[in-house]
Design a protein around this ligand. Structure first.
Ligand SMILES: CC(C)(COP(=O)(O)OP(=O)(O)OC[C@H]1O[C@@H](n2cnc3c(N)ncnc32)[C@H](O)[C@@H]1OP(=O)(O)O)[C@@H](O)C(=O)NCCC(=O)NCCS
Length: 477
């Protein structure tokens, strides 16, 4: 059971408390328009304009391809073709989108070399230090920080949509006791589409608005119900007196208390972790949400694709792997041998170290490291944490890791914090999913309102057989 504590805190992270239930929220009637202007910061627009002049070596023909925002449009390549009538023109071949921009986005800016992460222009460090998770959720969607009035209404709307239909009890009861919580979350989020059929009216702003509120409000409830189901504990219903994070902790950990009071250090730590995970531009799961959403399916179905993508060990599952590695090491005295195995290639990789984008440092890891220290002060340092800290100490001073720019990434410390709060290891990715929900929703809506977007449909390079005649290999049909 997560150690969510019993000390009565001032609701530090709560900026406004909802006062009464309201079936027709203001934001249903008057949704704010999403921002579609280009990002203010960063260097994404440097080197704009001009042309890329190329000569096709096959034909000696010259082409002048316009360059905008440091990009050429892949469709321009279509014009480059030989005289062969079957030639439909060049395509760009880019498995896994290593160098292909699939959209223009005004939401999140990352500079991996400089270790910069900004949401709508605001440095992640400032948001983690000062903002609430719901403030960040509003920011990601609308492009500006909420006013006091907007924020209060938003908190109110989210708070009063936390309940799920009673049929969800039966739905979750159908899962086996050892079901992975991400499998439950994924299918439950997809299942929400069946409860809200009008959510399919995605170009109706009011419908979009209420769907977004429902997804933000109900995801923690479903996550907590999944947790309780695995533990064989009765479901705890949402408590509308509590803040977003405190309510989540209450649904996870409350037993017989009449009023649940979370440990303020844990509640704030979790809120910061949610903020750090809220968006990360065109990652695997955001791309999945956009691709599925581009078919104009309802947002519950589109976002469930994001949950599915996050479930994979190459994406949201890395924090889980850090803990599995620590368990395997078993004792702090085994750390030097493990590190040696990593360096010689006879062991595995040092999980939680290195990043595809961040090559100087992961700005989120810096924040989480500080946070981890605060949480450890409350829970103490156990055997597993000792192993982790020793791994970190050796790796940060060892030339193998330093020369390859392998620094701890966000997953190294988040796993440790979740572990110290006694969340089960397979629940870590669910916590990531709760945090990422605002990002998925902002990316989904931005895609939907982007006039340049169409149904996502990549090209392929066909390498299969040429036409051949059907000759059955079956003796009888
Ligand atoms: C995140 C990751 C996939 C990025 O990989 P990448 O940018 O493609 O880097 P590469 O795989 O090209 O690695 C570059 C070098 O560093 C080494 N390396 C990278 N990550 C390493 C790690 N975690 N432990 C040990 N060595 C590592 C590679 O072996 C390679 O060494 P070499 O040049 O001698 O061959 C990789 O660092 C990794 O696997 N990390 C562990 C998993 C993890 O924490 N993932 C969460 C990411 S948020």
């Amino acid at each position: 059971m997560p150690k969510t504590g019993t000390k009565a805190p001032p609701a530090a992270s709560r900026k406004a408390s909802p006062s009464k239930s309201d079936k027709t929220s203001k934001s249903d009637k008057k949704p704010a328009a999403p921002v579609t202007s280009p990002p203010s910061g960063g260097s994404a627009n440097n080197g704009s304009g001009g042309t890329l002049d190329v000569v096709d070596g096959r034909t000696r023909k010259e082409y002048s391809i316009p360059v905008a925002d440091c990009a050429i449009r892949a469709t321009e390549l279509k014009k480059i073709k030989t005289d062969n009538p079957d030639d439909t023109g060049l395509v760009s071949y880019d498995p896994a989108f290593l160098n292909t921009a699939s959209c223009k986005s005004a939401i999140t800016y990352i500079d991996g070399d400089k270790g910069i992460l900004r949401y709508r222009g605001y440095p992640i460090e400032q948001l983690a230090e000062n903002a609430t998770f719901l403030e960040v959720a509003w920011l990601l969607r609308h492009g500006e920080l909420p006013t006091q009035q907007e924020y209060e209404q938003f908190v109110h709307d989210i708070t009063f949509h936390t309940y799920v239909h009673e049929n969800f009890r039966k739905f979750l009861e159908g899962f086996r006791y050892d079901a992975h919580p991400m499998a439950m979350l994924n299918s439950s989020i997809a299942g929400l589409a069946s409860f809200y059929p009008s959510a399919r009216n995605i170009f109706d702003e009011t419908e979009r608005n209420i769907s977004i509120v429902r997804l933000l409000a109900k995801t923690p409830t479903i996550a907590a119900f999944s947790y309780r189901h695995v533990k064989g504990l009765p479901f705890v219903y949402p408590d509308n007196r509590l803040s977003y994070v405190e309510n989540f902790l209450s649904m996870i950990a409350r037993m017989s208390e009449s009023k649940y009071e979370a440990n303020p250090v844990f509640a704030r730590a979790l809120e910061i972790l949610f903020i750090l995970h809220a968006d990360h531009e065109q990652n695997c799961s955001a791309n999945a949400v956009r691709a599925v959403g581009s078919s104009h399916v309802d947002p519950f179905s589109a976002v469930s694709a994001g949950v599915a993508a996050l479930f994979g060990p190459l994406h949201g599952g890395a924090n889980e792997q850090v803990l599995r590695m620590i368990t395997e090491i078993g004792n702090v005295k085994n750390v030097p041998k493990f590190i040696e195995g990593v360096k010689t290639g006879t062991g595995g990789r040092l999980m939680g170290f290195g990043h595809r984008v961040y090559k100087s440092y992961d700005p989120r890891a810096k924040i989480v490291k500080r946070l981890a220290d605060e949480v450890f002060k409350v829970v103490g340092v156990d055997k597993d944490l000792e192993i982790a800290l020793e791994l970190e100490r050796i790796a940060l001073s060892d030339d193998y890791f330093v020369s390859r720019k392998l620094y701890p990434n966000v997953d190294f410390y988040t796993g440790l914090i979740y572990r110290s709060m006694a969340f089960p290891t397979d629940f870590f990715t669910v916590l990531f999913a709760i945090g990422r929900m605002p990002g998925w929703l902002a990316q989904w809506e931005e895609m939907l309102l982007d006039r340049e977007q169409k149904i996502a449909r990549p090209r392929q390079i066909y390498i299969g057989p040429k036409e051949r005649q059907y000759r059955s290999k079956l003796s009888a049909k």
